[in-house]
Every structure is written in structure tokens, then in C-alpha cells.
Design a binder for this molecule. Structure first.
Ligand SMILES: *Cc1c(COP(=O)(O)O)cnc(C)c1O
Length: 475
């Protein structure tokens, strides 16, 4: 039997021959299309992409010498595509038709136009960020938001850091490093993206002392666990889940009474940071003010959850504790920038003025099901006209959710627009809306095998773009 020609030897010869055919970077960069590209994209960017593409090409040839085209135009096109992919917008606007108001993946709270304008003005000009205008001397960035927050929360003092995760870390690190913190087992939560209370606590240097069981913790459990190493009683808002049924946990009043008796401060991680009572809108979240009223020494909460402002973490409470936290050297590493301060200041003033509807997230929460029903009706009528027999458009009752790890069991009644088509499955429609040929992308949900839209989270001035996206996806 004749042995077959050694394929490995053949593969090794051929690629090296073809490798020599690859044009040089300089040759490629002299091609008119790449010269033109370099004018807009920058010569070094195009050079870098050319090197990357040629390196990929060499690898490809080594694996399979016949697979890659060495034609100048083909290589040039690969370089153009590489540069375009690099420069394509990455963080892009999205129409949120999911009905999840504080959608963590879609950027949580959208800011008001006034907050955005204030960001633009502070971003593009100088400001008195850390400059005392009356004395002409160095000031503190805290002043722009501290008083507003203290007043809204009913606290003696308040500071702001990058987010609530940073706030939790800083509070624990300042008040309980190398000491014990008592927390109920039912509150040892994971919020998502790796934020776990036990992990944060370990990193902060505080030692976790778990008490009670997952579903039941009594005040006696806290009391028995207290010892000379205890520095803090921690209460965590169980943001994104609820334990129901046979459950028990002490009231905040019981916890603060115990803290006072044993001279151990109580810290409450509120999670969402609700500053206005939304009970009339069906949202039963504790307002931040209630914590101070109950005697909690320190609270912290997010700026971009129910508060409806920029990403931030607020730490508020008794002056002596807040000042100690402010003096922690790590505060400097976790502080917020001027853009956050600008947006937060404007948002907080909406609360002071009682202008809740100027805050988009609150406007969406406070929109009634009737208001949404009227919009959904008008929207579907216009959509049916544009679509003809291409699709079935129906309105049906459903629920919006607050999201952002807040109020998992509290839903807002809404009217959903439900769309089905004989030509496209719900999955393919949903995918087409995410990757439109033009206009903003739309994120929708699928319910009962139908594309489902909730106008509660769609800004009224986005209706036309949403309709256009639907017409295009259904074509
Ligand atoms: C959301 C949340 C956090 C984290 O807040 P971020 O602002 O997202 O960092 C911490 N604790 C609780 C209870 C939360 O709900």
C-alpha cells in the first residue's frame, strides 16, 4: 500500500509561500481608501488595525492556507471593518418598552432635562466645585448636596459617594473594622453582579455575626449575640426578594431601642432610598426619613433607584458618625465627581419643591393605568393603520415593575400592547427591535409568545420612533 502524501508537510510549505504574498502595512496604508479612512479615524488607529488584521491573517494561513484571501481589496475591507467596529458607538440610546422603570441593565433612572442641562453646564465650564465663593478660598464639594439631603432625610448630616455599594463598604470600614457587626440571616442578600453583603463586609474588615434563621429573627437573637466586640447593628433592606409566610423580624424601633440600651449604633442599608411617600401609587417602600425617626444612627441608599437621580450612594445620619465616615481616607477614593453633584442637586430640589413629576422615574411610577391606557389606545390605532394586515395589535391589562432591586412584589397595573405576526415569531421581532437598521434600538418583552410593549417606560416623545421601529421590524 502506498502511503498517502504527507498532508502536514504540504501544509507547512504552502502557508510560508503564501505568507510572503501578504502585502506590507506600508503598502496597505498607501491605498486611497485607507488614506481617506485615516483622515477621519486617525493614522495610528488605522495602522494599529492594519497590524491586527495582518496578524490575524497570518494565524489563519498557518491553520488553513487556502482559507484567506490575500487580495489587496479584501484585506483593505477587513481593515476598514476593524476600524469601524472600533469607532462604532458602544453606549447607545435605547427605548425601554419593558415596563421595568429602574432597569439596571438599561441604566436605571433616566435624569430630568434640567439635571442633564446642569450636567452639561458643569461639564463644559468651570464651577465652584470646591471653591467657597464668599471667602475665595478652598471649599468642600459636599456643600452642594449635604444640606439638601439632610433636610430631605431629616438627618443631621449627609455625604455622597459613588454608589450605595461604596456607601455600605465605607460605613462598615469606618464604624466596624476589626470588630463585629450583627445582622439577621434573613438579610444576607445578594443584589446582583456580585454584590453580596457578606463579601462586602469581609472586604471592609468587619466581622459578620449572623443571628436568627432565614425566615425568623427576634430581638433576643441580636441581644444574645452582642458582646464587647460589637460595634454595629446592621439592618439591610431585602431589596430584590421577599420572604413570606412564617416570618418574623424585629421592628426598627425595637432594634434602635436595643442599640441605645447597649450603646451600639444601628446602621440601615435602605437600598432604594425613597424620599417621597409613594403609597398612594401602590409602592410601599419605607421613606428614608422614617429610619431617622426610628432612631437609626446611619442610613445609606442609592441615588439612581427610587430617588430617580444619578448613580450615587448617600450616607446620612447623626453628625458624629457621618463626620467619622467623611474622615475615612477611603472617602477620597469613593467620592463623586462634579457631574454627579450637578445632577443630584437638581434632582433633590425637585423633591423640595414638591415637583415629583419632573423626575422621570417618579413620573413613570405615578402615571395611572388610565393615562397609560389612553396612550396605548392612540398608539395602537395609529400602528394598526401603518401595519394593515401585517400584524395583530391588541391591548391587554398587565403590570409594570419598579425594578432596580426595589419592591419585587409591588407591581403597577398598566395596559400592555401585545403584537403578533404570521410572518415573524415573537423572538425574532424582539431581536429585530434590538438591532434596527436605523433609529434607536428598542428593548421589549415577550409575554405569552407575543411581543409585548409597556408604554409606561417609553417617553411620550419616543412614540413616533417606537412606531417606526415596529413598522420596520414587522415588514
Ligand atoms: C441596590 C442595593 C445596594 C447597592 O446599591 P448601588 O447603588 O447599586 O451600588 C446595596 N444594598 C441594597 C439593599 C440595595 O438594594
Amino acid at each position: 500500500m502506498n502511503p498517502p502524501a504527507d498532508p502536514a508537510a504540504k501544509m507547512q510549505r504552502e502557508p510560508s509561500a503564501r505568507l510572503r504574498e501578504i502585502p506590507s502595512v506600508d503598502e496597505l496604508l498607501a491605498r486611497p481608501r485607507l488614506v481617506a479612512l485615516a483622515e477621519g479615524a486617525g493614522r495610528s488607529t488605522v495602522t494599529q488595525s492594519a497590524r491586527t488584521v495582518l496578524a490575524d491573517l497570518r494565524e489563519q494561513l498557518k491553520l488553513d492556507s487556502s482559507s484567506a484571501s490575500l487580495d489587496g481589496v479584501a484585506i483593505e475591507t477587513r481593515i476598514v471593518n476593524h476600524v469601524e467596529a472600533l469607532l462604532a458607538p458602544s453606549l447607545v440610546r435605547v427605548i425601554n418598552a419593558t415596563g421595568v422603570i429602574l432597569h439596571t441593565n438599561l441604566g436605571r433612572a433616566p435624569l430630568s432635562a434640567a439635571a442633564a442641562a446642569e450636567i452639561a453646564s458643569s461639564a463644559t465650564r468651570y464651577s465652584n466645585l470646591e471653591y467657597d465663593m464668599s471667602s475665595g478660598e478652598r471649599g468642600k464639594r459636599d456643600v452642594h448636596t449635604s444640606r439638601l439631603l439632610a433636610q430631605l432625610v431629616g438627618a443631621e448630616s449627609a455625604i455622597v459617594v459613588n454608589n450605595n455599594a461604596a456607601a455600605v463598604f465605607l460605613v462598615l470600614n469606618t464604624l466596624a473594622k476589626a470588630a463585629e457587626v450583627i445582622v439577621s440571616r434573613g438579610e444576607l442578600i445578594e443584589i446582583g453582579d456580585g454584590f453580596r453583603i457578606p463579601d462586602i463586609m469581609a472586604e471592609s474588615g468587619a466581622v459578620l455575626r449572623e443571628v436568627g434563621t432565614t425566615n425568623r429573627t427576634r430581638i433576643r437573637d441580636y441581644e444574645r449575640a452582642c458582646n464587647e466586640r460589637t460595634r454595629l447593628l446592621l439592618r439591610v433592606h431585602p431589596s430584590n426578594f421577599r420572604i413570606t409566610g412564617f416570618t418574623e423580624r424585629p421592628t426598627l424601633d425595637e432594634l434602635t431601642a436595643l442599640g441605645r440600651r447597649l450603646q451600639v449604633p444601628v446602621y440601615e442599608d435602605l437600598g432604594s432610598g425613597c424620599l417621597a411617600d409613594l403609597a398612594a401609587n401602590g409602592i410601599n417602600e419605607p421613606v428614608a426619613r422614617a429610619s431617622g425617626d426610628a432612631g437609626v444612627e446611619v442610613v445609606s441608599f442609592s441615588g439612581d433607584k427610587l430617588l430617580g437621580g444619578p448613580q450615587a450612594g448617600v450616607i446620612a445620619g447623626k453628625r458624629e458618625f457621618v463626620e467619622r465616615i467623611r474622615r475615612n481616607p477611603l472617602f477620597r477614593a469613593l467620592r463623586v465627581d462634579k457631574l454627579t453633584i450637578a445632577a443630584l442637586e437638581v434632582t433633590l430640589k425637585c423633591y423640595l419643591r414638591g415637583a415629583l413629576d419632573e423626575i422621570p422615574a417618579l413620573r413613570m411610577i405615578r402615571a395611572s393605568a388610565d393615562e397609560i391606557a389612553r396612550r396605548a389606545q392612540g398608539f395602537s390605532d395609529r400602528l394598526r393603520e401603518s401595519l394593515g394586515k401585517n400584524a395583530l395589535v391588541e391591548i391587554r391589562p398587565g403590570f409594570s415593575v419598579v425594578g432596580g432591586g426595589s419592591t419585587p412584589d409591588q407591581q403597577l397595573p398598566t395596559q400592555l400592547i401585545s403584537i403578533s405576526s404570521a410572518r415573524h415569531t415573537a423572538d425574532s421581532l424582539e431581536a429585530r427591535l434590538r438591532k434596527p437598521a436605523s433609529g434607536p434600538a428598542v428593548v421589549a418583552r415577550i409575554e405569552d409568545d407575543r411581543l409585548t410593549l409597556d408604554l409606561r417606560t417609553v417617553f411620550p416623545d419616543e412614540d413616533a420612533a417606537l412606531a417606526a421601529a415596529l413598522v420596520s421590524a414587522l415588514s
